[in-house]
Ligand binder design. Structure first.
Ligand SMILES: CC(C)(COP(=O)(O)OP(=O)(O)OC[C@H]1O[C@@H](n2cnc3c(N)ncnc32)[C@H](O)[C@@H]1OP(=O)(O)O)[C@@H](O)C(=O)NCCC(=O)NCCS
Length: 222
Protein backbone atom coordinates (compact mmCIF):
# COMPACT_ATOMS: atom_id res chain seq x y z
CA UNK A 1 0.00 0.00 0.00
CA UNK A 2 1.31 3.46 -0.85
CA UNK A 3 1.66 6.18 1.74
CA UNK A 4 1.08 8.62 3.34
CA UNK A 5 -2.65 7.91 3.16
CA UNK A 6 -5.17 7.29 5.84
CA UNK A 7 -6.16 3.72 6.58
CA UNK A 8 -9.48 2.33 7.74
CA UNK A 9 -9.45 -0.88 9.77
CA UNK A 10 -12.61 -2.85 10.43
CA UNK A 11 -11.88 -4.73 13.62
CA UNK A 12 -12.98 -8.36 13.42
CA UNK A 13 -13.20 -11.02 10.73
CA UNK A 14 -16.21 -13.00 11.94
CA UNK A 15 -19.66 -13.21 10.40
CA UNK A 16 -20.73 -9.80 11.67
CA UNK A 17 -17.54 -8.17 10.42
CA UNK A 18 -18.11 -9.66 6.96
CA UNK A 19 -21.64 -8.19 7.04
CA UNK A 20 -20.35 -4.78 8.10
CA UNK A 21 -17.51 -4.52 5.57
CA UNK A 22 -19.76 -3.68 2.56
CA UNK A 23 -21.45 -1.02 4.70
CA UNK A 24 -18.07 0.42 5.65
CA UNK A 25 -16.88 0.44 2.03
CA UNK A 26 -20.07 2.16 0.88
CA UNK A 27 -19.86 4.71 3.68
CA UNK A 28 -16.24 5.58 2.85
CA UNK A 29 -17.07 5.78 -0.87
CA UNK A 30 -19.78 8.33 -0.08
CA UNK A 31 -17.53 10.30 2.28
CA UNK A 32 -14.50 11.18 0.17
CA UNK A 33 -13.86 13.98 2.66
CA UNK A 34 -12.51 11.30 5.00
CA UNK A 35 -9.72 10.70 2.50
CA UNK A 36 -9.66 6.91 2.72
CA UNK A 37 -9.01 5.25 -0.62
CA UNK A 38 -10.56 1.81 -1.33
CA UNK A 39 -7.09 0.26 -1.30
CA UNK A 40 -6.57 1.44 2.27
CA UNK A 41 -9.51 -0.47 3.73
CA UNK A 42 -8.52 -3.55 5.71
CA UNK A 43 -9.79 -6.05 8.23
CA UNK A 44 -7.87 -6.20 11.50
CA UNK A 45 -7.76 -9.04 13.97
CA UNK A 46 -5.33 -10.15 16.63
CA UNK A 47 -3.20 -12.42 14.46
CA UNK A 48 -3.80 -11.19 10.89
CA UNK A 49 -4.04 -13.85 8.18
CA UNK A 50 -5.24 -14.61 4.67
CA UNK A 51 -7.46 -12.03 2.92
CA UNK A 52 -11.18 -12.25 3.67
CA UNK A 53 -13.52 -11.55 0.73
CA UNK A 54 -10.44 -10.28 -1.13
CA UNK A 55 -9.63 -7.69 1.54
CA UNK A 56 -6.30 -7.80 3.43
CA UNK A 57 -6.35 -8.91 7.06
CA UNK A 58 -3.75 -7.15 9.21
CA UNK A 59 -2.78 -8.08 12.71
CA UNK A 60 -3.41 -5.38 15.29
CA UNK A 61 0.37 -4.82 15.52
CA UNK A 62 0.60 -4.33 11.73
CA UNK A 63 -2.32 -1.89 11.81
CA UNK A 64 -0.74 0.10 14.62
CA UNK A 65 2.57 0.24 12.75
CA UNK A 66 1.06 1.90 9.65
CA UNK A 67 2.04 5.45 8.74
CA UNK A 68 -0.66 8.09 8.49
CA UNK A 69 -3.98 8.39 10.26
CA UNK A 70 -5.62 5.14 11.26
CA UNK A 71 -9.38 5.05 11.61
CA UNK A 72 -11.27 2.08 12.98
CA UNK A 73 -14.73 0.68 13.51
CA UNK A 74 -15.41 -2.33 15.69
CA UNK A 75 -17.42 -5.23 14.30
CA UNK A 76 -17.40 -7.30 17.49
CA UNK A 77 -20.67 -8.18 19.20
CA UNK A 78 -19.49 -8.18 22.82
CA UNK A 79 -19.61 -4.71 24.37
CA UNK A 80 -16.89 -5.38 26.94
CA UNK A 81 -14.54 -6.62 24.22
CA UNK A 82 -15.36 -3.50 22.18
CA UNK A 83 -14.43 -1.33 25.14
CA UNK A 84 -11.07 -3.07 25.65
CA UNK A 85 -10.08 -2.88 21.97
CA UNK A 86 -11.30 0.69 21.49
CA UNK A 87 -9.40 1.94 24.51
CA UNK A 88 -6.25 0.14 23.36
CA UNK A 89 -6.40 1.49 19.81
CA UNK A 90 -7.24 5.03 20.95
CA UNK A 91 -4.27 4.93 23.32
CA UNK A 92 -2.14 4.35 20.20
CA UNK A 93 -3.67 7.39 18.48
CA UNK A 94 -6.22 5.60 16.27
CA UNK A 95 -9.54 7.35 15.63
CA UNK A 96 -12.92 5.62 16.14
CA UNK A 97 -15.24 6.15 13.18
CA UNK A 98 -19.04 5.81 13.10
CA UNK A 99 -20.42 4.26 9.93
CA UNK A 100 -23.92 3.74 8.60
CA UNK A 101 -25.63 2.11 5.66
CA UNK A 102 -27.07 4.33 2.93
CA UNK A 103 -30.70 3.59 3.83
CA UNK A 104 -30.46 4.24 7.57
CA UNK A 105 -32.72 6.97 8.97
CA UNK A 106 -31.06 9.14 11.59
CA UNK A 107 -31.97 12.63 12.85
CA UNK A 108 -29.65 15.34 11.51
CA UNK A 109 -28.77 16.31 15.06
CA UNK A 110 -28.33 12.78 16.42
CA UNK A 111 -26.42 12.77 19.69
CA UNK A 112 -24.31 9.61 19.34
CA UNK A 113 -20.84 8.74 20.65
CA UNK A 114 -17.93 7.60 18.47
CA UNK A 115 -17.56 4.23 16.78
CA UNK A 116 -21.22 3.41 16.08
CA UNK A 117 -22.35 0.94 13.42
CA UNK A 118 -25.79 1.41 11.86
CA UNK A 119 -26.56 -1.57 9.65
CA UNK A 120 -29.05 -1.48 6.74
CA UNK A 121 -32.68 -0.60 7.53
CA UNK A 122 -31.91 0.54 11.06
CA UNK A 123 -33.17 3.86 12.41
CA UNK A 124 -33.16 6.27 15.28
CA UNK A 125 -35.97 8.77 15.80
CA UNK A 126 -36.46 12.00 17.72
CA UNK A 127 -34.31 13.11 20.63
CA UNK A 128 -32.65 9.80 21.39
CA UNK A 129 -29.18 9.96 22.94
CA UNK A 130 -26.63 7.21 22.39
CA UNK A 131 -23.21 6.52 23.93
CA UNK A 132 -19.91 5.14 22.65
CA UNK A 133 -19.42 2.14 20.37
CA UNK A 134 -23.12 1.48 19.74
CA UNK A 135 -24.17 -1.33 17.43
CA UNK A 136 -27.54 -1.15 15.70
CA UNK A 137 -27.98 -4.25 13.58
CA UNK A 138 -30.30 -4.91 10.61
CA UNK A 139 -33.86 -3.52 10.94
CA UNK A 140 -33.43 -2.37 14.55
CA UNK A 141 -34.78 0.94 15.76
CA UNK A 142 -34.31 3.28 18.69
CA UNK A 143 -37.44 5.37 19.20
CA UNK A 144 -37.97 8.85 20.61
CA UNK A 145 -36.35 9.97 23.85
CA UNK A 146 -34.44 6.76 24.50
CA UNK A 147 -31.17 7.15 26.38
CA UNK A 148 -28.69 4.47 25.35
CA UNK A 149 -25.42 4.04 27.26
CA UNK A 150 -21.95 2.99 26.14
CA UNK A 151 -21.06 -0.33 24.45
CA UNK A 152 -24.70 -1.31 23.87
CA UNK A 153 -25.52 -3.95 21.24
CA UNK A 154 -28.79 -4.36 19.36
CA UNK A 155 -28.97 -7.61 17.38
CA UNK A 156 -31.20 -7.55 14.25
CA UNK A 157 -34.84 -6.43 14.39
CA UNK A 158 -34.84 -5.04 17.91
CA UNK A 159 -37.72 -2.68 18.71
CA UNK A 160 -36.61 -0.20 21.31
CA UNK A 161 -39.72 1.87 21.87
CA UNK A 162 -39.83 5.39 23.28
CA UNK A 163 -38.53 6.57 26.65
CA UNK A 164 -36.40 3.54 27.40
CA UNK A 165 -33.10 3.88 29.28
CA UNK A 166 -30.51 1.30 28.20
CA UNK A 167 -27.54 1.27 30.52
CA UNK A 168 -23.95 0.47 29.53
CA UNK A 169 -23.04 -2.99 28.16
CA UNK A 170 -26.64 -4.13 27.58
CA UNK A 171 -27.07 -6.78 24.86
CA UNK A 172 -30.51 -7.11 23.20
CA UNK A 173 -31.11 -10.25 21.12
CA UNK A 174 -32.77 -10.62 17.74
CA UNK A 175 -36.42 -9.63 17.53
CA UNK A 176 -36.76 -8.44 21.11
CA UNK A 177 -39.45 -5.84 21.76
CA UNK A 178 -39.06 -3.37 24.60
CA UNK A 179 -42.20 -1.66 25.90
CA UNK A 180 -42.16 2.11 25.93
CA UNK A 181 -41.66 4.04 29.16
CA UNK A 182 -42.85 7.57 29.90
CA UNK A 183 -40.89 10.78 30.40
CA UNK A 184 -41.67 10.58 34.13
CA UNK A 185 -41.02 6.85 34.40
CA UNK A 186 -38.75 5.47 31.68
CA UNK A 187 -38.40 1.71 31.37
CA UNK A 188 -34.83 0.84 32.44
CA UNK A 189 -32.65 -1.99 31.16
CA UNK A 190 -29.95 -2.25 33.83
CA UNK A 191 -26.21 -2.24 33.18
CA UNK A 192 -24.97 -5.41 31.50
CA UNK A 193 -28.34 -7.15 31.30
CA UNK A 194 -29.06 -9.50 28.39
CA UNK A 195 -32.41 -9.58 26.61
CA UNK A 196 -32.93 -12.95 24.88
CA UNK A 197 -33.96 -13.18 21.25
CA UNK A 198 -37.71 -12.79 20.86
CA UNK A 199 -38.30 -11.45 24.37
CA UNK A 200 -41.13 -9.03 25.07
CA UNK A 201 -39.90 -6.79 27.86
CA UNK A 202 -42.72 -5.14 29.77
CA UNK A 203 -40.92 -3.83 32.86
CA UNK A 204 -37.47 -2.83 34.12
CA UNK A 205 -34.69 -5.42 33.95
CA UNK A 206 -32.17 -5.50 36.80
CA UNK A 207 -28.45 -5.05 36.06
CA UNK A 208 -26.64 -8.20 34.91
CA UNK A 209 -29.79 -10.32 34.58
CA UNK A 210 -30.69 -12.36 31.46
CA UNK A 211 -34.38 -12.35 30.57
CA UNK A 212 -36.31 -14.38 27.97
CA UNK A 213 -39.88 -14.95 26.86
CA UNK A 214 -43.13 -13.03 26.66
CA UNK A 215 -43.53 -11.39 29.05
CA UNK A 216 -39.80 -11.49 29.71
CA UNK A 217 -38.67 -13.24 32.89
CA UNK A 218 -35.21 -13.99 34.28
CA UNK A 219 -33.74 -17.05 32.58
CA UNK A 220 -33.18 -18.85 35.89
CA UNK A 221 -36.90 -18.50 36.68
CA UNK A 222 -38.02 -19.85 33.29
C1 LIG B 1 -30.95 -15.68 26.14
C2 LIG B 1 -29.62 -16.25 25.75
C3 LIG B 1 -28.51 -15.21 25.95
C4 LIG B 1 -29.38 -17.45 26.67
O1 LIG B 1 -28.21 -18.10 26.30
P1 LIG B 1 -27.63 -19.23 27.29
O2 LIG B 1 -27.39 -18.66 28.66
O3 LIG B 1 -26.49 -19.86 26.57
O4 LIG B 1 -28.84 -20.21 27.47
P2 LIG B 1 -29.10 -21.67 26.85
O5 LIG B 1 -28.96 -21.68 25.36
O6 LIG B 1 -28.27 -22.63 27.65
O7 LIG B 1 -30.62 -21.93 27.18
C5 LIG B 1 -31.10 -22.10 28.51
C6 LIG B 1 -32.59 -22.35 28.43
O8 LIG B 1 -33.25 -21.15 28.00
C7 LIG B 1 -33.95 -21.38 26.77
N1 LIG B 1 -33.76 -20.20 25.95
C8 LIG B 1 -32.60 -19.71 25.47
N2 LIG B 1 -32.79 -18.58 24.81
C9 LIG B 1 -34.11 -18.34 24.86
C10 LIG B 1 -34.91 -17.30 24.35
N3 LIG B 1 -34.37 -16.28 23.65
N4 LIG B 1 -36.24 -17.35 24.58
C11 LIG B 1 -36.77 -18.37 25.29
N5 LIG B 1 -36.06 -19.38 25.81
C12 LIG B 1 -34.74 -19.35 25.58
C13 LIG B 1 -33.32 -22.63 26.16
O9 LIG B 1 -34.22 -23.29 25.32
C14 LIG B 1 -33.00 -23.40 27.40
O10 LIG B 1 -34.18 -23.97 27.89
P3 LIG B 1 -34.19 -25.44 28.58
O11 LIG B 1 -33.34 -25.28 29.82
O12 LIG B 1 -35.63 -25.67 28.86
O13 LIG B 1 -33.58 -26.36 27.59
C15 LIG B 1 -29.58 -16.68 24.27
O14 LIG B 1 -30.30 -17.86 24.02
C16 LIG B 1 -30.09 -15.59 23.33
O15 LIG B 1 -31.29 -15.37 23.14
N6 LIG B 1 -29.11 -14.89 22.72
C17 LIG B 1 -29.36 -13.87 21.71
C18 LIG B 1 -29.04 -14.47 20.34
C19 LIG B 1 -29.11 -13.43 19.27
O16 LIG B 1 -30.01 -12.63 19.20
N7 LIG B 1 -28.09 -13.41 18.41
C20 LIG B 1 -27.98 -12.40 17.39
C21 LIG B 1 -26.77 -12.65 16.55
S1 LIG B 1 -26.53 -11.28 15.43
Amino acid sequence: MSSPERTFGLIGTGGFAREVMPVARGFLRHHPDLGIEPGRIVFVDREGGAPVDGIPVLSEAEFLALDGDRHFTLAVGDGAVRQAIAERLEAFGCHPLSIRADNVLLPDDLDCGPGAVFQPFSMVTADARIGRQFQCNLYSYVAHDCVVGDYVTLAPRVSLNGNVVVEDFVYIGTGAVIRQGTPERPLVLGRGCVIGMGAVVTKDVAPGVTVVGSPARPLEAK
